[in-house]
Ligand binder design. Structure first.
Ligand code: FE2
Ligand code: FE2
Length: 178
């Protein structure tokens, strides 16, 4: 990490972290979209993949507005979130449960992004970098909307996952009674 001496350096550090995080997501989202069963969830993940490509592009505009070069700094938090999401795919879950698990993983990602964009937007605003602040706000709005959409989908899909759990419960119950 480059030396951080002031709030502007800290903002640039946050932006490099986000620039890396968004590019990690461009690679990871197609794998998640492929793995889900619900067509609505698949559509939501694919739509957010397109938005995420836009977030990478918008961050390069933010760097430009600040007169800085757009570079990546490894975002270890996003690496961890993506690794956990990928592990979910390897656990051989029942499809409805897998969909619920992927929504959970995707919402953790959205909340991480919301926290990061909210902070970066506020720093930019405090530094009088209003164009950068405006661009960061636009992405923050999209992340918040995505999180809300995922919550709505979770309401329906988690109900289906509950039904699966009940079926398994009955099966193991009947085994025990034998
Ligand atoms: Fe994003
Ligand atoms: Fe996002």
């Amino acid at each position: 990490m480059a030396k951080v001496r002031n709030l502007e350096d800290l903002l640039v550090h946050e932006l490099k972290d986000l620039y890396d995080a968004e590019q990690q997501l461009v690679e990871a989202l197609p794998l998640l979209a492929q793995a889900v069963t619900s067509e609505d969830l698949k559509g939501a993940l694919e739509a957010h993949l397109e938005q995420t490509r836009g977030h990478v592009e918008r961050l390069s505009q933010v760097f430009k507005a600040l007169g800085k070069r757009a570079t990546r700094e490894t975002c270890e938090a996003m690496q961890g979130l993506v690794t956990e999401a990928q592990q979910v795919l390897e656990e051989g879950m029942e499809p409805n449960v897998l969909d619920a698990a992927i929504i959970a993983a995707a919402q953790k990602v959205e909340h991480y992004e919301m926290a990061s964009y909210g902070t970066a937007r506020t720093f930019a605003h405090m530094l009088g970098q209003h164009e950068a602040a405006q661009l960061l706000q636009e992405t923050l709005d999209e992340e918040e909307q995505t999180d809300k959409n995922l919550s709505k989908l979770a309401n329906t899909l988690n109900m289906q996952a509950v039904a699966v759990e009940n079926q398994d419960g009955r099966k193991s119950g009947s085994k025990r009674s034998r």
